[in-house]
Design a protein around this ligand. Structure first.
Ligand code: NAP
Length: 277
């Protein structure tokens, strides 16, 4: 089996990368950064996003596994103390694969020139370069609303715990093939009105955004920001491709959500004690 390792680049992650690489070579696995069967990301969820984009052209042939060298991650869920165990699991191919949906975004231009297709693991966001974004929102070929505000975020189920969550979006289990649209500070008054709630679209519904005012837009795709001039439309839908994770043990999504956002901390004071204070 061929493997590659991406590191966040800090000392701890780099040292772990060297250690894992040597272990895996000892097990006769082949180091191949061009065409790996498995990519090990060492760092955090941010590092995982980089790894995903580095190998997004071969998602059907590459599976990912993440080791976190900071806090618990959604994509990076192995800890450094477990790497010997992980190496043994990796050497014992074949591995089982879990697939999560990703987002396809196509930007089309007014002059009808070349369109650009992006795949996102977390989300794409659309903002104006100056002032408010004013954009028509179409769902499945029907006008839904005109959005005015800071921007729109379109996220995947696994990205629902990232920027989407900060915008008040729902957390969606990644077994659900859907995308979620959340608003960034929409303008709502007697003149302008938007739905105000996050929208969850199934895989067979396409979202089409047509700018009404400014056509120069800032599009972010996960960690990258791209300026697009003269935008005619931006189309978002659940991609045909999926991201594949090599799974060696169960780590249910809801456990990761709980451990990341709720923790197992007990209340510092019991209700009775609170009443006494
Ligand atoms: P960053 O600004 O350096 O870090 C963003 C944070 O989001 C990091 O703590 C990262 O975890 C975490 N994260 C990434 N994917 C996640 C996921 N699926 N679920 C939960 N947390 C996640 O940026 P970056 O490292 O390049 O990552 C880009 C991502 O940042 C974007 O895709 C967007 O989702 C997120 N972002 C969030 C906000 C916000 O919450 N207000 C604003 C802008 C962007 P690690 O520390 O493990 O890397």
């Amino acid at each position: 089996m061929k493997f590659a390792i991406t590191s966040r680049g800090d000392q701890t992650s780099n040292a772990l990368k060297m250690k894992m690489k040597n272990y895996l070579l000892d097990f006769n696995l082949i180091f191949d950064e061009k065409e790996p069967d498995i990519v090990i990301s060492i760092g955090g969820d941010g590092t995982f996003l980089y790894a995903f984009h580095q190998y997004q052209h071969r998602l059907d042939k590459t599976a990912f596994v993440g080791v976190h060298t900071g806090h618990l991650g959604f994509y990076a869920d192995w800890v450094p103390s477990e790497i010997e165990k992980l190496v043994i699991e990796l050497a014992r191919t074949p591995f089982s694969v879990v697939e999560y949906p990703i987002l396809e975004t196509i930007v089309r231009h007014i002059d009808g020139g070349k369109e650009t297709l992006y795949l996102a693991l977390n989300e794409a966001t659309i903002r104006a370069t100056e002032g408010s974004l004013v954009i028509d929102v179409e769902i499945k070929g029907q006008k839904f609303e005109t959005f005015r505000g800071d921007g729109l975020c379109v996220s995947t189920p696994s990205g629902s715990t990232a920027y989407n969550k900060a915008l008040g979006g729902a957390i969606i289990h990644p077994s659900i093939e859907a995308i979620q649209v959340t608003e960034m500070a929409s303008i709502n008054n007697r003149v302008f009105r938007t739905i105000g709630s996050p929208l969850i679209l199934p895989a067979h519904h396409t979202l089409l955004l047509r700018p009404k005012k400014e056509t120069d837009l800032l599009v972010t795709v996960d960690h990258k920001t791209i300026l697009h001039n003269d935008v005619k439309s931006i189309q978002c839908r659940v991609a045909d491709q999926k991201v594949r994770f090599a799974r060696y043990r169960p780590f249910p999504f809801w456990n990761r959500v709980r451990d990341s956002f709720v923790g197992d901390e007990r209340p510092k004071f019991l209700p009775d004690e609170i009443n006494k204070r």
